[in-house]
Ligand binder design. Structure first.
Ligand code: NDP
Ligand code: GDR
Length: 356
């Protein structure tokens, strides 16, 4: 059984193992990064915020291997306490209100968690132990309305959402702490990366889940917004390695992590439905209510700095990624539908307001 953040807190002595603290460990990337660092022999700590329903689904299989500490990006004393307890060599800041659509509905929360929260953490590091190496999860959403294709580390930012604006602030404050205080702080400017552990509201997972439901007769349509926007989609399992590589270099720096390919949402939809033997045109309904107030039309990353300096390159292709996600959702729903098995919490997702 999962023992929860407070009960699982670790108070042991400093060992020789390298130690990492991950904020956002319960999210998609946090779960893959925790697995990756455990595989490298790290002692892994994760910051977990209080939630009435519990939030450990993606890391349940790591129970007993990761050490969870209670805390919140909005509460600096809890960040200081987590650093005191974990004594990390490396901190990976993955915590954020990460959903672009919701950032128009909750702009202040997004600014506080995704933007200002990073200053809370940097200040905590600076005072507790400025030798800690720091990774900031920057985003291709910072490029927003792009005027050059592909985008690299020198492309100017023009965010198109409260989320993008908060990430720009977080990016600049991280660079500023590096330049002001000599912190070993790196920003990974990651383009969209997906997996079967992606939240159900993001378009890739919404599509893979929708395809599985339609295939199994649980739904008759899938409502989507803008099918024309283009994204550079990679696999989350590949991208967490790049985060780690950045912190192993002699000098800190900022890196674009991407595949270098861009695909419209329409192609994602077509690929996913055809993998399940379905014609997407029969099921997809374009709903104008799901369009965003301002859209990022095209993202395509140039990862040559990461390739040349880190030796990093993406492994999973776009088609493999989409197929992996559809297969995983088909398998998940088939398990849920097994006779005698109670329907799990996902059924409650239908009660939530539609996400754009
Ligand atoms: P998720 O939304 O899956 O995970 C976000 C994590 O942040 C969760 O663990 C969540 O905890 C935690 N969190 C949210 N608010 C707080 C808070 N106030 N205090 C502490 N923790 C909090 O995101 P991803 O894993 O997809 O992304 C990881 C990071 O990378 C994010 O910063 C995101 O903005 C950024 N990013 C992601 C990209 C992508 O394509 N996935 C691309 C570029 C950047 P809880 O489980 O309790 O909700
Ligand atoms: P994004 O991802 O905004 O790029 O942010 P998302 O999957 O939400 O949207 C991608 C594109 O798909 C279009 N779209 C829809 N999107 C959603 N969610 N739902 C729909 O029904 C739908 N229909 C069309 C969107 O308009 C958009 O153009 C993700 C997040 O992980 C961020 O945290 C991260 O920083 C960026 O990727 C890089």
């Amino acid at each position: 059984m999962w023992s929860g953040p407070a009960a699982a807190s670790y108070t042991g002595r400093r060992s020789e193992l390298k130690r990492a603290l991950i904020t956002g460990i319960t999210g998609q990337d946090g779960s893959y990064l925790a697995e990756f660092l455990l595989g490298k022999g790290y002692r892994v700590y994760g910051l977990v915020r209080r939630s009435s329903a519990g939030n450990p689904e993606r890391i349940r299989h790591l129970e007993g291997q990761v050490h969870l500490l209670p805390g919140d990006m909005l509460d600096q004393p809890s960040l200081v306490a987590a650093l005191d307890q974990a004594e990390p060599d490396e901190v990976y800041n993955l915590a954020a209100q990460s959903y672009v659509g919701v950032s128009w509905q909750q702009p202040l929360l997004t600014a506080q968690v995704t933007g200002l929260g990073v200053t809370h953490l940097l200040e905590a590091i600076r005072t507790v132990n400025p030798k800690i190496r720091f990774y900031q999860a920057s985003s291709s959403e910072m490029f927003g309305r792009v005027r050059e294709i592909p985008q690299n580390e020198n492309t100017p930012f023009y965010p198109r959402s409260p989320y993008g604006a908060a990430k720009v602030y977080a990016h600049h404050i991280t660079v500023n702490y590096r330049e002001s205080y000599g912190l070993f702080a790196c920003c990974g400017i990651l383009f969209n990366h997906e997996s079967p552990r992606r939240g159900l509201e993001f378009v890739t997972r919404k599509v893979s889940d929708g395809v599985a439901r339609i295939k199994l007769g649980l739904a008759g349509e899938l409502r989507l917004g803008n099918l024309d926007s283009r994204r550079d989609w990679g696999y989350a399992g590949d991208y967490v390695e790049a985060m780690w590589l950045m912190l192993q270099q002699e000098e800190p720096g900022d890196y674009v992590i991407a595949t270098g390919e861009t695909h419209p949402v329409r192609e994602l939809v077509e690929t996913a439905f055809s993998h399940a033997g379905l014609d997407w045109r029969k099921y997809v309904v374009v709903d104008p209510a799901l369009y965003r107030p301002a859209e990022v039309e095209l993202l395509c990353g140039d990862y040559s700095r990461a390739r040349d300096r880190l030796g990093w390159r993406p492994k999973v292709t776009f088609a493999e990624l989409v197929q992996m996600m559809v297969d995983a959702d088909l398998e998940r729903w088939e398990k849920i539908l097994q006779p005698g098995r109670p329907v799990d919490g996902d059924a409650g997702a239908a009660l939530l307001p539609p996400a754009r």
